[in-house]
Design a protein around this ligand. Structure first.
Ligand SMILES: *Cc1c(COP(=O)(O)O)cnc(C)c1O
Length: 360
């Protein structure tokens, strides 16, 4: 039986991406590796239509959190503070990262799933004069809410504060107009909307932001400026996961061939709407308004009298892995992501599995 992952990454790989994982072994100090790394970095900029003169995609081996931590630790200079918008687990994680590195920060602490009101962001930015950045999560995977970066960016721009974005679960499938929205840098990962294998993450940053990175750096491994300088020189600061990069290269080729982020967003929406229609038939309703949700993931209210475990286990027996709510939402919601190489046949089978499990 085919196992289909409906969690927000890691995702079901396409055959081409899986095959790329077994491409040739490379020494990370040889020109063949430099070529692969260069192609991946260029491909990442292409996803967001960014010119290489002004922007750099810096690879950081690790999960998405590695890129978020590298971004926060590197791009807030010493003696400056960070403003953080938190309306879910991942916004709260950014604040935890700032605390771990001793970075002074102020948090706009919202309820999970709450909308981010521009006026509240303006109030946050007025709290102190030395903010070097406003950190915000684009797609808050906790609830599926897609935060309005354009509106938040307008407030930040008016206050002269650059945006630092956790785009880990949106890069590659949602609109990201970095230039216009005043984004200085974002963190992303291979194994969500880009459909690569887990093991490599990245920061896409304005070159000017990298040039103004924290000095001396707050870490050795998470020093973005060091990674950027080495990668620009065709090298790498530390060993890269070569096979994972082969896979990301194949995934980026597929992303471009399939029509880029617009086509991917349309595909995710189509699948999410099919799942919503099935669930609606079965009396299960969205927990968050679909119009406020990302294309990538939807949160649904757990039906009365049903535990998550029962739903999860019933679906897993039928070949599907769904995702629980986190923290206080664990007993209230479940989540279904439609990322990855999911076919129409998979969704037909999911439709049947949901009817089977929920009708019992
Ligand atoms: C998945 C995710 C992360 C990173 O999670 P990892 O487990 O470290 O890959 C960060 N932010 C958001 C919004 C995410 O969805």
């Amino acid at each position: 039986m085919r196992h289909v992952l409906l969690n927000p990454g890691p995702v079901v790989l396409s055959d081409a991406v899986r095959a790329a994982l077994t491409r040739t072994d490379l020494c990370h100090r040889e020109p063949e590796f430099a070529e692969l790394q260069g192609a991946v970095r260029a491909g990442l900029l292409r996803v967001a239509d960014l010119p290489a003169e002004a922007w750099s995609a810096v690879l950081v081996a690790g999960s998405g959190t590695a890129a978020v931590e590298a971004l926060v630790a590197s791009l807030v200079p010493r003696g400056r503070a960070l403003a953080v918008v938190a309306n879910g687990v991942y916004g709260e994680r950014v604040a935890a990262i700032a605390a771990a590195h001793g970075i002074e920060h102020e948090v706009l602490a919202l309820g999970w799933g709450d909308e981010v009101a521009p006026a509240a962001v303006a109030e946050l930015l007025a709290r102190r004069p030395d903010f070097a950045g406003l950190a915000v999560v684009h797609h808050e995977t906790t609830t599926g809410r897609l935060n309005d970066l354009e509106a938040v960016g307008a407030v930040a721009r008016a206050a002269g504060v650059p945006l630092l974005v956790d785009a880990v679960s949106s890069f590659g499938a949602e609109e990201l107009d970095l230039e216009r929205w005043g984004v200085a840098a974002l963190a992303g990962t291979a194994n969500k909307c880009l459909h690569g294998a887990p093991g490599i993450s990245f920061v896409v940053a304005r070159r000017a932001a990298l040039a103004a990175a924290c000095e001396p750096p707050r870490g050795v491994y998470l020093d973005l400026a060091r990674h950027a300088a080495q990668q620009d020189a065709g090298s790498t600061a530390f060993t890269q996961p070569v096979h994972v990069l082969h896979a990301l290269s194949a995934a980026l080729d597929e992303h471009a061939q399939q029509g880029g982020w617009r086509a991917r967003r349309a595909r995710y929406r189509e699948l999410a709407e099919r799942v919503r229609a099935t669930l609606s038939d079965l009396g299960v309703e969205p927990w968050l308004d679909p119009a406020a949700s990302s294309a990538c993931l939807r949160a649904y209210a757990l039906p009365a009298g049903r535990g998550y475990a029962e739903l999860h286990d019933g679906l897993k027996e039928r070949g599907f892995v769904i995702y629980a709510g986190q923290g206080a939402l664990e007993r209230r919601i479940f989540r279904i992501a439609t990322l990855g190489a999911i076919s129409d046949a998979d969704v037909d089978r999911l439709d049947a599995a949901l009817r089977d499990v929920l009708a019992r």
